[in-house]
Design a protein around this ligand. Sequence first.
Ligand code: NAD
Length: 487
Amino acid sequence: MTFHAKFSGYADPALHAAGLYIGGKWQSGSGITVLDPSTGNLLAEVADAAIEDAQRAVDAADAAAAGWRATPARQRSEILRRWYQLMTQHAEELATLIALENGKALADARGEVAYAAEFFRWYAEEATRIPGEFRHTPSGSHNILVDHEPIGIAVLITPWNFPAAMATRKIGPALAAGCTVILKPASETPLTAYAMARLGEEAGVPPGVVNVLTTSNPGGITNAMLADPRVRKLSFTGSTGVGRVLLAEAAKSVVSCSMELGGNAPFIVFDDADLEVALDGAMIAKMRNAGEACTAANRFYVQAGIHDAFVAGLTARMKSLKIGPGYDPETQCGPMITQNAVRKIDRLVSEALAAGARATTGGKPLTENGYFYPPTVLENVPVNASIAREEIFGPVAPVYKFESDDEAIRLANNTEYGLAAYIYSRDLKRAMKVGKRIETGMLGINRGLMSDPAAPFGGVKQSGLGREGGVTGILEFMEPKYFAVDY
Ligand code: NAD
């Protein structure tokens, strides 16, 4: 394990960890390089798990399973609560680590740590409220008693765009439910996951209850774990493409799947919207994490009467953002995660420009070191351009003009995705009526941010299966068991 000078200068040494975490033991190793996306320089090198490590992780999760399942809910709850407190105490170090390896602006990284920690607090509370059910059969033949049991060992796979929150959103409910887990974080951002595992140890998570593996062979490792009959759950957050592959793999051993996949959120602004409120919301929905969010507004549909004022206002706000490394406290728009991410954004924007769109600001990658793309606004974008179909995952706001409510609904639903959507109108009745017809799992009305640990997060169509957070999130890690009872 190696930490390079810049990393060591910024991060709290107590949170330095880069080896596999299996059965409560740290196993050093190397093979995966972690880069600073604002320079392309090496930050650290972490262990690269092989198939045998994955098998050992399943053994460790299995060895801990019976004890954790039998641990009283109150005790599980208190461990999660301590983990929440430790994350809060170490919020600044964790935020710096996220800003370093992911590149997001510190303000966004701080927001993520607070959001991530809240999943532990929420599930500390939910752990003690696991529901059951008692009913009489309509025929009077017997009684129906429904218990909820922990589903079993869970494999948790997370993306690089929220390295802390995507992990806690899975670990929190899994541990609250009584499951043991193996977390496989994205290899671009493993340091945050390992730092959190350190805090989990300090919070009193017993050995083997949480195991963490980084690997350059995610397919091989995951397939090996899914083939093990002791693994009963796969909870995945990432792209729809990888989600499809994993669903097929999980089908072979009929493993229960929760899938949080890609998005293509429409952001609809009606003529009667409060322009300033809509612009504030647009900046949050587009620019949180520099656009690298599954809920990011990907298509701005703006009604003809307010269109020009919205484009002018959005352009002015986007132009004023300060670009720089995430860990520079002045930065408002950090780098993209990789050079490939910049290339993809460049392709989508170039195709839109060639098809007749106009950039009112930005429009091509920055040439300095690091993986930077500037905040960009496009107007006059053809509604069938590839930028309207694919996730941009960057700081680019394509704006499309519409006339009628029906047209806005038709355009918004014209996608295989259905994760998030936004509506701006002063007329709540209109917003609710349109909202009912939008195919989405989540809808912000006059709000650019909807994520909350107490709310069910997830999508419809090809944006996923299941919900994380809220009161039902814990049930993704439980199986109902029906007792037919005569007495
Ligand atoms: P990705 O699908 O490339 O990778 C996600 C994770 O899957 C990573 O840990 C990666 O190592 C792993 N992976 C890749 N191939 C695998 C395989 N064959 N088997 C097992 N694991 C494999 O996604 P990404 O680029 O890391 O993240 C961006 C995507 O995630 C976007 O599409 C975004 O919308 C989505 N996302 C969705 C949500 C949500 O809650 N719906 C939240 C955040 C991100």
